[in-house]
Design a protein around this ligand. Sequence first.
Ligand code: TRP
Length: 443
Amino acid sequence: MASGRESWSSRLGFTLAAVGSAVGLGNMWRFSYMTAENGGAAFVMLYVLMTALVGLPVMLAELTLGRGAARSPVQALIHYGGRPWGALGIVFVLAGVAILSYYGVIAGWTVRYGIEALTQGFPADAGDKFGAIATGGAAVAWHLGFLAVTTLVVSGGVRGGIERAALWLMPALGVLVVGLALYAATLEGASAGYAFYFQTDFGALADMDVLKDAAGQAFFSLSLGMGAILTYASYLSRDQDLPAESVTIALSDFAVAFIAGLVVFPLIFALGLQDEVGGSTLGALFITLPKAFASMGTAGTVIGVAFFAALVVGALTSAVSLLEVVVSTLIDQTGMERRTAALVCGGAIALLGVPSALSLDVLGLVDQVGGQLLLILGGLALAIFVGFFMPDPTGEASEGSRFGALLFAWRALLRFVVVPILAVVSVYTLIDTWNALAALVAG
Ligand code: TRP
């Protein structure tokens, strides 16, 4: 199995693919509405803290497991931990299926907004427009189309599909986002947006709900807790510096999220639309930002199309990594040919996403369970495994690394910082999920 395994063609190829996995709708859409919902800079600070203290160690754990075993998640966990740990791998795959099933729906909205803006401009009645396109037959169709493209990239293989796409898409995304932030800085009234973004509500720092959201956002944005980074690392050679990679990936991911905030908040405040994001929900950015673009005339169309193009690029490279977890598992378990495996998995997930394309309640619930609860629980289990059970993880992680001497601190961090924090966050996330379920049942 291991000898015929695919591999990245270059170091940069892996780095860009992993950054492509991390940077997605989570950075530009989820980060902005989470920040708005949780009161600005305090949330950002906790998010940075969670990224550094919890995200980074877990990222290195995934990289170490994946490269060390050179297998997809289920087999990697069995390799190091024996049969029972394979169950965790199965949870990873299920989380991947759940996340991609609704991620495709949101990505579908994004593609549609971008294309229709190009042909028709942004509509003034953005709220009605979102209501009309968010669910229903057309939402199903755009979701299926997006997953078809995702499947196509994954069936091209690690080098010919995933790496090739990342090599030109990620630099393009970087240019777009930086350009947009520079433009937003020129808007009259932008400073009110910065003021909101940087104003710290210190009370929020001690709020467990904000901490829970910050941890959840860090996991989602870094693609952690379900084996995506693990799977990408399984195609890596032993001379790559894993601790250095984890820092590069996390910094790039934070940079894009932070810069996206420098686009979103000035735009919203310059156009006086801030009241609409106060009680922010899933759809807020899809309503407020198009409104902003519509009121800016031709410039708004250009800027808006660039914004949605960046979102689509991020969404595609992220969706590819989610699908790759499922596909590589099927390949490793059955020996199936990659193209067949991609078609089977992509097709099944596309169908599973249909209910999310028909109901925002279903979409929200699948996000709560797959995109939040399972990631936190998966991350906790992974930290326990690598922190306490995996034989000699520091030895494996230090292979090819300049930072080997520092890695004893990594395992201590996993044991005594990551595990306790994630245990507490798990409880709050469980309560949250329970409440969401109860609210849905109560109608
Ligand atoms: N990180 C991506 C984003 O921010 C989404 C994503 C890709 C993801 N792969 C993942 C989230 C694995 C959780 C787990 O949009």
